[in-house]
Design a protein around this ligand. Structure first.
Ligand SMILES: [Fe+2]
Ligand SMILES: [Fe+2]
Length: 274
């Protein structure tokens, strides 16, 4: 069976649905993206594709959608009008992408395609040292934090990376720490901090400042070989979506245009000059 299985979510609550547009219209092509921001919408129209598979929601909240005629927020209204006027169809593919459930589920039936795809795009499959269905741990050829940061910025097409801890660390063990977001999932953060003890480089896919970030700072201050790279959540998930362009076309006998549109690095950086 192919690595990209059928949806498992039938009959279960899922965030995956057509957010906007007519799913019955003729499909002129597919764009996959982490989140269909305005820039992505414009690029999709320019490319002549009308189905956008967006991993995340597009209306600045958890999962609520709005009717274009009901909103008076200038930005949201313009965005929804653009979708309507250009006959775009936006399908959110979130829970399905993540395999058999949300984050923190270790027993897996299906691949978590965000992490699996990230591993594939990085070329790190030979280095995976945890469950390859949801690859979070890697033993990579020894490198420096600086070299690894350069490699990741190139692969993710980033403007920069936030570096926490020891920027001179020597890296062998890399840990993708998923979400480290406290809130009601607080209890999950302590095991992550314990797990991070074993990693030279920690890459959270989403983080709040008072958890692992501060742990890494203290650990580095104590002289530990430990560094963290932060890039923001929507950006972190981009490579997993990009990987879809490698497997989707075969489902349409390669007759349908399937493209990746980068949502774009959320952050730009101004480095202090003096
Ligand atoms: Fe996400
Ligand atoms: Fe996700």
């Amino acid at each position: 069976m192919h690595e990209f299985h059928q949806p498992y979510t039938e009959g279960k609550k899922t965030r995956d649905k057509v957010l906007y547009g007519d799913p019955d219209q003729e499909c002129t092509g597919i764009a996959v993206t982490a989140t269909a921001n305005f820039d992505v919408l414009r690029k999709a129209v320019k490319e002549g594709v009308n189905l956008i598979i967006s991993h995340e929601g597009i209306t600045y909240n958890y999962e609520k959608t709005f009717n274009v005629d009901e909103v008076d927020n200038e930005v949201l209204q313009a965005k929804l009008k653009y979708i309507r006027d250009n006959n775009l169809c936006i399908w959110r593919d979130h829970d399905h992408m993540h395999g058999n459930g949300g984050p923190f589920i270790t027993e897996r039936l299906r691949n978590d395609m965000i992490f699996y795809g990230t591993m594939q795009e990085l070329g790190w499959k030979p280095y995976c040292s945890s469950n390859p269905k949801k690859p979070l741990w890697f033993e990579i050829p020894e490198t420096t934090a600086e070299q690894l940061a350069d490699e990741l910025m190139e692969k993710w097409n980033l403007n920069g990376l936030r570096i926490v801890g020891n920027k001179n660390a020597v890296i062998k063990t890399v840990f993708f720490a998923e979400h480290v977001i406290a809130s009601e999932w607080d209890k999950y953060d302590l095991p992550k901090i314990d797990a991070a003890l074993k990693a030279d480089c920690i890459i959270p896919f989403e983080i709040v400042d008072y958890t692992l970030t501060q742990y890494v700072r203290d650990a580095a201050f104590m002289g530990m070989n430990k560094v963290m790279f932060e890039m923001g959540h929507f950006t972190a998930e981009e490579l997993g979506m990009k990987y879809l362009t490698r497997i989707l076309p075969q489902f349409f006998n390669d007759e349908l245009k399937v493209i990746y549109i980068q949502s774009g690095d959320t952050f730009d950086y101004q480095l202090r000059k003096r």
